[in-house]
Design a protein around this ligand. Structure first.
Ligand SMILES: Cc1ncc(COP(=O)(O)O)c(C=O)c1O
Length: 453
């Protein structure tokens, strides 16, 4: 901190605010922002960040500045078709005008809550979420990020069952806060932080027998399991779909041993897989369900959990702050966005759009796999949560670069380097999908040649 920091920081803050508030920037200002961004990221965010991003984006100079519907646009007007969808945020598209209208109206009234009076939007949102979720899921707790929602689900499972242990799965991804990463299924993200929550056992995803054995053995030796936590589809592991009937089996096992079943729908929920919730497809009712990502309509960050009444124990009713008390959790702006998102999704049957467009993409991928069997080793998905698998991570990166060159954004997954995901907004038009698939065809041809596959 320099001695004259106040003057310097004020001048700098004024300059940046002027960029944000301006209707149009000059070319010199745009060039300056690009230069500043690279400098600032290298000096004050993480010197590794741009280098890392380059593996997918080839050029660090594309600085995003605006977005709409199916596109991101950089400062110089280059448009990128968004087939990564912010890892699942943009199901309703970018800056969906109807959701934006609701949020702006709320912003003009009041943005954040008093923390003391009753904020009506949180109550309205909770009742709507109870209406659109399976079975007797009833009580909501709103948070700001996915990992935070997972934390709440883990704490609630202990509170409600008295158990201490958790069963998670290999390859799982539930976020990176200390509790959430304890549940994570990849060593690279855990090793440096050990010991974390000690009472976790990881079993193979999709293997109900292994899960039951883990619970049974813990109970035999006098330990008690609080919760089983599973993604409805393992997203970051490369879109791993569980075998048919797996979740029904898991439901039975949890009932048998008095263990809370937590289904993490942060990525799969809100229409993404062709159902409002993947649990509907699996025909089960979890004890606790997490949601996030698309829940805020691609406009506001909001996540949360919903639980069955039996989870909402007297202790929690006697002291509502015992679970958590996040300052910004369920704030009016975020709730307005989520309420508007639910309306938009129901009115436009967004889950069905995801299903139809997902099927269309999968059909095209089938043809491409036939055409390039040595490059595109596999593909799988549900709705608009789709993954392509390549023989090596390097091959996948190269395909990603080839698409980026053609102004199509896709991305890898956090846990499985060989897979690249396609997770676009449901508002993507069929013409755009055709362009994306044509670009993919060209990129695969280039990669085949380059790697002599
Ligand atoms: C299934 C699942 N759970 C939790 C998270 C963590 O969410 P966040 O990044 O908002 O903390 C993610 C993020 O990718 C996710 O896919």
């Amino acid at each position: 901190m320099a001695a004259n920091y106040k003057d310097k920081a004020l001048k700098e803050a004024k300059r940046i605010v002027s960029y944000i508030e301006k209707d149009a920037l000059t070319t010199a200002e745009k060039d300056r922002i690009v230069k500043d961004s690279i400098n600032n990221f290298n000096k004050h965010v993480n010197p590794g960040w741009l280098e890392y991003r380059k593996s997918v984006s080839t050029d660090a100079a594309f600085v995003e500045w605006t977005d709409s519907e199916e596109h991101f646009e950089d400062l110089h007007g280059h448009q990128f078709i968004d087939c990564l969808g912010g890892f699942g945020i943009y199901t309703c598209g970018h800056r969906n005008p109807e959701i934006l209208k609701t949020v702006k109206a709320q912003l003009d009234r009041y943005a954040l809550h008093s923390q003391e009076l009753v904020d009506p939007l949180r109550g309205y949102l909770a009742s709507l979420v109870a209406m659109i979720t399976p079975g007797d899921l009833q009580y909501c707790f709103f948070t700001n990020g996915g990992a935070e929602a997972v934390e709440m689900s883990l704490k609630l499972a202990r509170l409600a069952t008295g158990g201490r242990w958790y069963i998670s799965s290999v390859g799982a991804f539930h976020g990176k806060s200390m509790g959430a990463i304890s549940m994570g299924g990849k060593g690279a993200y855990r090793e440096d932080y050990l010991p974390m929550i000690q009472q976790v056992q990881h079993v193979e995803y999709g293997d109900a027998k292994a899960l039951e054995t883990a619970i049974k053995n813990l109970h035999i030796v006098g330990e008690k399991v609080a919760g089983v936590i599973l993604e409805a589809v393992q997203g970051e592991a490369g879109v791993i779909l569980p075998p048919k009937g797996y979740f029904k089996e898991v439901r039975k096992i949890c009932d048998k041993y008095g263990v809370a079943l937590i289904v993490d729908e942060i990525q799969t929920g809100m229409g993404r897989t062709g159902y409002m919730w993947r649990c509907e497809y699996e025909e089960i009712v979890p004890d606790i369900m997490t949601f996030g990502k698309a829940f805020g309509g691609g406009v506001m960050p909001i996540t949360g959990i919903i639980a069955r009444p039996k989870m909402w124990v007297q202790k929690l009713i006697d002291n509502p702050w015992i679970l958590g008390s996040p300052t910004f959790g369920g704030n009016p702006l975020a709730c307005a966005a989520a309420i508007s998102t639910i309306r938009y999704m129901l009115e436009n049957d967004i889950p069905k759009e995801c299903q139809k467009k997902g099927d269309y993409i999968m059909k095209k991928l089938r043809d491409l796999k036939k055409k390039y069997p040595t490059v595109l080793k596999d593909f799988r998905g549900a709705g608009l949560l789709i993954a392509m698998e390549f023989p090596e991570a390097e091959v996948g990166y190269e395909v990603t670069k080839g698409l980026f060159k053609r102004k199509v954004m896709v991305a890898g997954t956090l846990v499985n380097a060989k897979t690249v995901r396609i997770e676009p907004p449901a508002v993507l038009t069929y013409d755009t999908i055709d362009y994306v698939m044509k670009s993919l065809d060209e990129a695969l041809a280039e990669v085949k040649k380059k790697f002599k596959l």
